[in-house]
Design a protein around this ligand. Structure first.
Ligand code: FAD
Length: 475
């Protein structure tokens, strides 16, 4: 008797190891591995340019791991699935769950429609340590503050699932010859802005594992304090790999704990906990990407909306031409590498929302298009956190001073010099605030403010006070 034919629908789980749905599929029958690019249901949250670039390379790597037996499609997933079911006699469909509100709504409809056709549908948790509905306060309501969410909720719940091995039954993967080519998905940019990315990122499951191994060797032992220093290799830089599911949080959770039992491991796990917290917030508040969690911020007096002034400031921020070196370094790191260090993400976001008083959604959108790790849960929760409008948010009056932040976390100015080379000859004393340097010092460093490097677009002290005044106006 022939084995049942099972579709494994790859989504945010572009890996073979620790893939619960794929492991189940391999046990249940012959597997037809598919990926469907679905921009229509994603609508305004269709992947941005940087993410699409990553996806292209991640699918290339997955195709290789599957000995060229990955089947690619584009369009309405229900239609694609129904066509495959009809044409090939598929009896079962499995996938790992996604948690973006649009994906949850879509998947629910698909599950229903397939079940009505007599198809068995199973979904698994392949991308979170705990399900977002699982961690609740004793009274059954969701946590709103991170520390109790993580320490009392996550750490007191059942331990996360142990990682599963890579299924070794390659023959179980079938070929369907009617699928699209990867190139026909048009994920790569038409204008070649991606050239610098190519040498910076190694993409795919095996590369994610190597990157993790390198972090275990070089970063983990310094993580707790080192994670704040943007010029040092003490963070994992795994976020795009995690977002696309090339490596699972379970593999990281158990991987670091096998390595050591110390404060650095504890801190790394708690950062994975922040990711869980973001997903839990998005699950409880599906409007997190577009609506203030704290409604009082709906009345916030953002910069007077005369259009031109706001867009000139926004554009200076996006291009890394604000005249504030730490902000410019971060924004240029993002543009040049598709990544920005977490400490600097907080600095540039605070500058946009508080000093420039530009709505956090403008920043969220820019990050969505330019970050390789753009993630609906993490991005929207983090922007609301910085803006002060989110759950357990940084209090509004805590406004990052980008000069002080630079002096504290980029003490030697290495990060600024790397991304803002035109001021790299300035003495350290003025590197973080070139506008304070005497004319002679500027001359000697080859800096001409307004020509080789911008004057600051805003006065940090005055804008800070204006932001605090604006905040006071909220009831
Ligand atoms: P590591 O320090 O090595 O941490 C390991 C993993 O833990 C990360 O890859 C990530 O999955 C998770 N993590 C670490 N810090 C956080 C955090 N503060 N919140 C949630 N998860 C965390 N992260 C994204 O993955 N996608 C985004 O779109 C995103 N947007 C952000 C926007 C703003 C304004 C801010 C302040 C932060 C944002 N973050 C986002 C969170 C964080 O900056 C990144 O996850 C982190 O910098 C990724 O680098 P890493 O992999 O080297 O982190």
């Amino acid at each position: 008797m022939s084995k049942p034919l099972v579709i494994h629908w790859f989504r945010q789980d572009l890996r073979l190891s620790d893939n619960p749905a794929l492991s189940a599929a391999v046990h249940q029958g012959d597997v037809l591995p598919i990926y469907i690019l679905d921009d229509k249901n994603a609508n305004e949250w269709a992947m941005g340019g940087a993410s699409r670039w990553w996806l292209h390379h991640s699918l290339t790597a997955l195709e290789t791991s599957l000995a060229d037996r990955l089947n690619l499609y584009q369009g309405e997933p229900l239609k694609v699935l129904l066509a495959l079911i009809e044409r090939l006699g598929v009896t079962q469909v499995v996938w790992n769950r996604c948690y973006e509100p649009w994906r949850m709504a879509r998947d629910e409809k698909i599950k229903q429609a397939l079940k009505e056709k007599g198809i068995r549908v199973e979904s698994y948790n392949g991308s979170l340590l705990w399900e977002p509905w699982q961690i609740k306060k004793p009274d059954g309501t969701p946590y709103k503050v991170f520390t109790p969410f993580y320490r009392k909720g996550c750490l007191k719940a059942d331990m996360p699932r142990e990682p599963l091995p890579r299924p070794n039954n390659k023959d179980a993967y079938l070929v369907d010859d009617k699928c699209q080519t990867l190139d026909s998905l048009n994920l790569l940019p038409k204008i070649a802005w991606d050239e610098p990315f190519k040498s910076l990122w190694q993409i795919g499951e095996d590369k994610a594992q190597s990157q993790f191994f390198q972090f275990l060797k070089e970063g983990l032992a310094s993580y707790k304090e080192g994670r704040n220093i943007p010029s040092k290799p003490f963070v994992s830089r795994l976020s795009p790999h995690i977002h696309f599911g090339e490596i699972s949080p379970n593999q990281l959770w158990y991987g670091v704990q096998r390595e050591a039992d110390n404060e650095h491991v504890d801190h790394f796990c708690s950062e994975l906990g922040w990711r869980e917290f973001s997903y839990s917030q998005l699950f409880v508040n599906p409007n997190l990407p577009t609506q203030n969690l704290q409604p009082k911020f709906d009345d916030f007096p953002w910069l007077a909306n005369d259009g031109t002034h706001e867009s000139a400031l926004l554009s200076a921020w996006q291009q890394g031409k604000t005249g504030i070196p730490m902000v410019d370094a971060g924004m240029r790191e993002l543009w040049q590498t598709g990544y920005m260090h977490n400490r600097v993400r907080m600095i540039v976001a605070s500058f946009l929302v508080k000093n420039l008083r530009i709505h956090w959604q403008h920043g969220e959108r820019w990050f969505w298009d330019t970050l390789l790790d753009a993630d609906l849960a993490n991005n929207s929760a983090s922007w609301q956190w910085v803006a002060g409008s989110g759950a357990d948010a940084a209090p509004y009056f805590r406004i990052f001073n980008p000069v002080v932040q630079g002096q504290k976390f980029d003490t030697e100015g290495e990060y600024i010099k790397r991304f803002v080379p035109e001021i790299s000859l300035l003495p350290k004393k003025y590197l973080f605030s070139p506008w304070e340097a005497p004319e002679l010092v500027l001359q000697e460093a080859g800096v001409k403010l307004g020509e080789t490097y911008p004057h600051p677009i805003i006065d940090l002290k005055a804008s800070r006070e204006a932001a605090l005044e604006a905040f006071k106006s909220l009831k």
